[in-house]
Design a protein around this ligand. Sequence first.
Ligand SMILES: [Zn+2]
Ligand SMILES: [Zn+2]
Length: 393
Amino acid sequence: MSDPLRMKAAVLHEFGTPLRVEEVLLDPPHAGEVLVRVAAAGVCHSDLRLAEGGLGHERKPIVLGHEGAGVVEAVGEGVRDLAVGDHVGFSINPACGTCRFCREGKPTLCERAGANSGHGNLMDGTTRLRLGDGRPLKHFLFVSCFAEHCVVPAASALRVPGALPLWQAALIGCAVVTGVGAVRNVARVRLGDTVCVIGCGGVGLQVVAAARLSGAGQIIAVDRSREKLERALAAGATETVDASTDDAVRAVLKLSGGGVDHAIEVVGIAATIRQAWDVLRPGGSAVVVGLAPVGLEVPIPAIEFLSDKSLKGCFYGSGNPAADIPELAALAAAGRFSVAESVSHFTGLDGINDAFERMNQGIGARTIVVIDASLAGVPPSPQRTTAPASPPS
Ligand SMILES: [Zn+2]
Ligand SMILES: [Zn+2]
């Protein structure tokens, strides 16, 4: 086997401590895997949840990052549908195709992918990452793209159009496929429906955009940040509710004339999941997209099931990411919808801890980590941490 590649990565050594940018080792791709040079990565709440210790305590030390895009640099044995030079967006769902759920057409529930992901391994149950001193290092959701390179299952690298800047392609594989999927596959929003979106960060803004594309008649955006509500209006919200000053449930019931058809929760805490339930009209459904920490419980007034209200789960858009990610990337490349509005900050690998801090404080929306500025397609100033005045196109 050839020598491992030495590269910079942001490593989480202990839960609740900052990531450290350091040199790590990356072994070459095994059969069915590819090596990708990472161009850009989005910082998602799931990265923060794991770093805080909210997703169990097995996966450490680990290279986080799961929403990203780059260029294929090498392919392992047996990989036929990807070639060196291809632009790819990452998928956290390299579905096996043979388990019970894959056979039922529910690849996001793939048992083999779920088990390996939970242990921080690739699909063969091993890792390609090691610390500089040789100790093993976990992968996050098969991707680990807070690094200059990553080795991923070929099914986690989906070709995207070269015309789509890679900093935008980075968003497709988590925020976009999740937000659009919640609207299209779970809520199944129809023309004229009323929708309430609770939480307008990176994913919530994609929910708003997808609700608009679906023809929702009313899209009420709820958040505690004025800035995020402004972004929601730009993405297609028809009304906003500032939950830092208003009683969100009362305000949404008033704006919607007694409740909405669909409430989509994109925060992952008890209070907002309960709000999603409380803003429904009889017969309405709430979809929980927000990633709650392990152990969180939410009380629901059970008598209200009599009014035909329902509460639904959603993982990674609950669709078929292998088909959905290339399709959404093609739509974005064609200008049918824009993902740029959800990005508030650009930074480098050493700026991820600050991005986590902004998330904790509810400041800004998505942060994009620019790892290779020449590939990512943003101006060569990766330390810039202010909102882009006009996103590069
Ligand atoms: Zn994510
Ligand atoms: Zn499967």
